[in-house]
Every structure is written in C-alpha cells, then in structure tokens.
Design a protein around this ligand. Structure first.
Ligand SMILES: CC(=O)SCCNC(=O)CCNC(=O)[C@H](O)C(C)(C)COP(=O)(O)OP(=O)(O)OC[C@H]1O[C@@H](n2cnc3c(N)ncnc32)[C@H](O)[C@@H]1OP(=O)(O)O
Ligand SMILES: CC(=O)C(=O)O
Length: 537
C-alpha cells in the first residue's frame, strides 16, 4: 500500500437508504452494488442485516462482487450483555459480508443522554464488539458516531474510544460528522490530532452535507492523513445527504493525484453510475451536478463558446470525457455566431460560416427567446428551427384543428372520475384524418388522438414515450395586464433505443403550447429516423 492510496467506501445502500423518500428493493440493491463494483469502489456497504426484511434478503443472497468487499453495518453490543449474546451483533456477524462496520458512541454527551450508561461501559462495548467481529473473520471497522462534536466537547474521551477500537482490531476507525455541522478547517485540525494516535492508513472519514461542506470536509480529512473516504452516489443520505462519492472519486483521482481503485475506465463511467441511481429512484438527474450533470460542461455565453472552440481549456476545468460527460454548446439569447456554428457541426450540417442565413438564425433565436422560447434546454426544437432556416425539413403532417373537453363526474360506484376527450384533425399522407381519444388529462388525450392519426403513415412514432412535461407561466411584458402572460411548455421524449430529446412550445394558451412542443417532438423523431414524408394518399 502506498501513502497515496485512498480507499473508497460507498454507503448508498445503507446511509442512502436513510434518505427521505428512498426505499430500495433487494433488486435495486443488487444492481447498485454491482455497478459500484464495476467501477472499482473498494467497499460497498449493503445495509444492516437484522434491521429490516429488505436487508435480510439482500444479505441472505448477496451479489458476487468481483473486486469490492461487501460490508454489513450494525452497532456495538448493547449495554449489560456480552457481545456473543447480542442479537443485533448476531444478525450482522451471521451475514455473508466480508467486513462489518459497527457504529458506536464517541461523544460523552450521547453516552450520558442517549445510552444513559457509564462512559467506561461504552468503551468496553466498543472493544468487545470489534474483537468479536475480528474473531468471526470479518474485516472490522468502527464508525465513530458524532466524532467531531465529541472531540470538541471532550477530546480525551473521543480519542479514548478511537484508541479502544483500533487496539481491539479495527482495520478502519471512521470519523463521522454525524450531524453535519463541522467545517473544513475544524476537520483538518481534528484529523491531524487523530493521526497522531492511530496511523492515517487506518483512519476513515464519513461526512454529512448539512452545511454543504461534506465533500470539502472529506478532502480536508484526506489532506490531514485519512485514507478511507465514505460517501454515496449523488450525495444521497440522511437529511441533507452524505458526501457525494461521484464528486469525491473525480476530485481525488483527477485533481489531487490520489490512487483509488477507480482507474481511467471506471472514471469514464461516473456519469453512467450517477444516472443509473436516478433511474432506479425515478428521479430527474440534476443537470447542475458537478462533473456529471448535463450542464457541467455546457457553454452558453457567446464569449465562452468562441474561446472554447479555439481551446476547450479556456472554459473547462477538466476534459468532460474523463468522467464520461460531454461538452454541450447551448443556443439561446446569449449566443453569438460561434454557438450557432458549433451546433451546426454537432448536428452534422455543413455550412459556410459566412452564409447570410446564419445571422438570420441568430436574430431569430434571440427574438423567439424574447417571446419565451428557451432553446438551451430544447435542443431538438432548435435543430428543427436551424434546419428549416438553411435546408428543407419535410412536412410530415400538419395539425389543422383540435378541441378538448374536460369532465369531472362520479361513476356508478360513486368514485370521482376526471377525464379529457380530445378530437384532432390532422393532415397526413394527403388525407385529412379526424381522430378522437380519451386521456387522463387534456394533453394526454390530444397526444393520443394525434398519434392515432399518424400511426398508419408513421408506425415508428408508436415507440416514442413522453418522459417529462414541464409548464412555466412567464411573466407578462412590462405595462401589460396579467392576462398577457404566456405559457412555456417543455417536453422530454424518449425513443425505443433510449435516445432522449427535448422540445419547446410557447403560447398564451397552455394546450396550444403543448401541441407545439409535441408536434416538434414527433417531427424530430421522424427526421432523425430518416423517415420519408408521405405526402400522397
Ligand atoms: C448515525 C447513523 O446513521 S447510525 C444508523 C442509523 N440507522 C438506523 O437506525 C436504521 C436501522 N435501525 C433500525 O431498524 C432499528 O433502530 C434497530 C432494528 C437497529 C433497533 O431497533 P430497536 O431495538 O427497536 O431500538 P430503537 O431504534 O428504538 O433504539 C435504539 C436503541 O439502541 C441503543 N443504541 C444506540 N446506539 C447504540 C450503539 N452504538 N450501541 C449500542 N446500543 C445503541 C439506543 O440506546 C436504544 O436503546 P433502547 O432501546 O434501550 O432505548
Ligand atoms: C454512522 C453514520 O452514518 C454517521 O455517524 O453519520
């Protein structure tokens, strides 16, 4: 082991499970553990055997991990009984994990108030539990709960707990900022004192994000000598979350030069790992997440784009590909010709940079953004606008008219039913088709009616799914009354192969704005799949 080696310990499946609104299934846990193993995380904490049926099931048939060690979490023995006779410890040490991470008190206040026991008895509980974990063949770890608050209140007592764990065989003594209130300079100073009594390559750090310093505190601890870092994917965790292991992995490896189990290949999978968790939790990814968010390397300002095209280092702190991300050049009212030309290159349209239509497109985009469109997040609508300016986009269909009726009634069983019925007249393949559909809301009903009309001519649109639908009421222009407000609808769609695209519509009427975004989405799908427009009957 080199002094430069930092061990990554993921607690998404344990502390992440303590997040409000998160409830993993055993299948989620298996998939997440495998993904963490795949990228090279050293330790995967799977949960607390004996605490709930999900964790029991997970530990009864744990996934076979190639490199990572599976960790079972638990707490030190209860007071007044031996470690051998403690049912909680029996659950943890009866599991099929390779390591046992046991939490115990290190803050005298907690021993007095939460456990209500003698302080020496707590130290003995730590010793007995670590010894038993080692005796049963587990790699023992001790999570020092509330270590930083404990150290500030009574450094001698906090250190005596740390020493007891280490002397009793703990491979790692992990300093926890349980309440998340410590600050980086305090963590630095305190860890520097701890590594005087326990070697740094046996010291870990576990931080919470209550002051948005979880990552900074972890890095401060590593600089002071700690060599195991605990965190969760996307910073999931109790209250405000834990240190984000995705960010930590990138910083430790790419910026601070530490060696971890995550090599170049694993590093390139960080964005995929982050997305995988969002998908499992059915959450929209945070576009502004450091390193892996869609906006992390998205350039909007004209000055930035012009320079980035000369050398990306001018406005990028790392090469986005190192973490599996990519550069996006956004088009908006902040854009200049450089943004537009960059987007043409991205979408594969060759155009002379001096072409007069480029300037027209820049002006068009700025004017439409003034009216409420937002092209930096609706790249598919932008592509249609750009292609229509410089080349021909086939007229696949045209929505001639539509009508929607909403109904709220009680059915025969006395249950309330809310339904919308839409009729749409669409011209497609030289025919005027009139279709009716019922949906759970007006946009859903219209979407169904329009697709019905299109599906014979263009069967490929059947595979398009609406993933996200966002509405924003934009403030009315100055000197007008509130009724002038316009509505912006953004739609995110996905194709059968998982490709995603976003479109926008703007109108004073929410349904009309939705139809614009929907129509762009279907047109974009047909264009990208190379479908030929059917213009004859
Ligand atoms: C900082 C952290 O994140 S630690 C992890 C926290 N995570 C969880 O608690 C999630 C899983 N927990 C659980 O499912 C349950 O709390 C269990 C199954 C572990 C225990 O449930 P119960 O036996 O009903 O106890 P309960 O949760 O009400 O209270 C905890 C008990 O453990 C005691 N205790 C707390 N910490 C420790 C410790 N480190 N060592 C020994 N005993 C402890 C408490 O004093 C309390 O004892 P009491 O029952 O005599 O009052
Ligand atoms: C152990 C743990 O999760 C904590 O102290 O925050």
């Amino acid at each position: 082991m080199t002094d430069n080696r930092v061990y990554l310990f993921d607690t998404t499946l344990r502390d992440g499970q303590q997040t409000r609104g998160v409830d993993f299934t055993p299948a989620d846990k298996i998939a997440i553990a495998r993904a963490l193993d795949e990228i090279g995380i050293d330790y995967v904490e799977g949960g607390w055997p004996g605490a709930n049926p999900t964790d029991d099931r997970f530990f009864s048939e744990p996934p076979a991990l190639k490199r990572a060690k599976l960790v079972a979490f638990g707490m030190t023995r209860r007071p007044g009984r031996s470690a051998e006779n403690d049912p909680g410890l029996a659950g943890v040490l009866g599991s099929k994990a390779g390591a046992a991470c046991l939490v115990g008190k290190t803050w005298d206040f907690h021993v007095d108030v939460a456990l209500e026991i003698d302080r020496d008895e707590n130290v003995q509980m730590i010793r007995d539990s670590m010894k038993l974990a080692a005796k049963r063949g587990f790699e023992p770890m001790f999570d020092c709960e509330h270590f930083f608050d404990g150290y500030k209140a009574n450094p001698d007592y906090a250190l005596s707990c740390v020493k007891a764990a280490y002397e009793s065989g703990a491979r790692w003594v992990v300093l926890c900022d349980t309440n998340g209130g410590a600050l980086p300079h305090e963590v630095s100073e305190i860890v520097a004192e701890v590594v005087k009594v326990v070697p740094g390559d046996h010291v870990g750090i576990h931080t919470h994000n209550d002051t948005e310093n979880a990552v900074a505190n972890t890095l401060a601890a590593v600089r002071a000598g700690a060599r195991q870092v605990q965190g969760t994917i996307n910073g999931l965790g109790e209250r405000c979350g834990n240190a984000n292991i995705v960010t930590l992995t990138a910083i430790l490896g790419l910026k601070m030069g530490y060696e971890t189990g995550v090599g170049d290949k694993g590093m390139k999978q960080l964005k995929k790992l982050s997305r995988m968790l969002d998908d499992r939790l059915n959450r929209a990814p945070n576009p502004h997440a450091a390193f892996v968010g869609d906006a992390a390397f998205a350039h909007k300002g004209g000055l930035h784009v012009s320079a980035v095209q000369k050398d990306p280092k001018t406005y990028e702190h790392i090469d986005p590909e190192l973490v599996g991300n990519q550069r996006y050049i956004l088009v908006s009212d902040q854009a200049g010709r450089s943004n537009i030309l960059a987007r043409f290159t991205e979408i594969g349209v060759e155009i002379d940079p001096k072409h007069p239509k480029i300037q027209r497109l820049v002006e068009d985009v700025k004017e439409k953004e003034f009216l409420g469109y937002s092209y930096d997040t609706a790249e598919a609508s932008f592509e249609l606008l750009a292609r229509r300016t410089v080349e021909n986009v086939p007229d696949y269909f045209s929505i001639e008219r539509f009508r929607v009726m909403d109904e709220r009634r009680f059915n025969a069983r006395g249950q309330m039913v809310i339904e919308s019925e839409a009729t749409a007249t669409v011209e497609v393949a030289g025919q005027r088709l009139h279709e009716v559909a019922v949906g759970n809301g007006p946009v859903n009903a219209l979407d169904l009616a329009i697709r019905k009309a299109l599906s014979t001519a263009y069967p490929s649109i059947d595979g398009v799914k609406l993933m996200d639908y966002k509405v924003r009421i934009l403030p009315p222009p100055p000197n007008s009354d509130g009724t002038d407000a316009v509505t912006r609808v953004m739609i995110e769609s996905a194709g059968p192969d998982g490709t995603m695209w976003r479109t926008v519509g703007v109108s004073a009427n929410i349904i009309d704005a939705s139809i614009m975004a929907l129509s762009d989405s279907l047109t974009y799908c047909l264009l990208k799949s190379g479908t030929e427009a059917k213009v004859d009957a």
